[in-house]
Design a protein. Sequence first.
Length: 239
Amino acid sequence: AHCLVHPFQNISVMAGSIYLWEGTMKGVRDVIIHEGYEGWEHDIALLILDSEYELSDSIAPIKIAKDPRPPGTDVVIMGWGYDLKEELQSEIKFIETKIVGRKECQRQWRELTPEEVCTGILDSTGYRSGSSHRGDSGGPVVASNIRNEREIVGVVSWGADDDMLKYYSVNTDITQYVTWIEDKIMGIKRGSCEKYVSPKITLVGGTENSKGVVRYDDGCKSGWVCGDLITQKHINIIC
């Protein structure tokens, strides 16, 4: 959320490449920031794309973890942020690290909230490796479940800008927001998103979409859809 609270223009989402600016770009139609976001609390937001991605070998969804991971869990963090030489990356970087227990993390970050989870590795010299860095905000924290499927367990939120090797990274714990995410997605699908008004579309049965929320009924299926989410499958449904 902290990347999106300022007025924005021309935000895009890229998928399908590990190189910056070389993937398939999609425009962002709207941003949903958590209602409780303030400072670093509830640092989460959803991006509503202007069209769907076609899935392929290089573009695929990732599951959202529903259960918190215990301390010591192996995770991978990815991002295009600064490296130790303070240089931004054109190729996405990743680092293997671990979930840190709350008590251990609070030795450094006492203001840790229940919706945050720390990552990092403490070695025998007192240095911590496996930290994210400035510019990695919003990057995924990924773990494997018992079926060896990758799940997103967090997103990079904040940490120390300087001396990053001495501090753990703090991430938004996605498992604490599953209900919030599902409610927002279902709200859009139910049609409770009147502000997403698309151009007029004639649906099967001759109903014209002139508002954000319309009802379709083609004798095969019926329901409510949000204007901008109307796709060809709503216009030409085959029984």
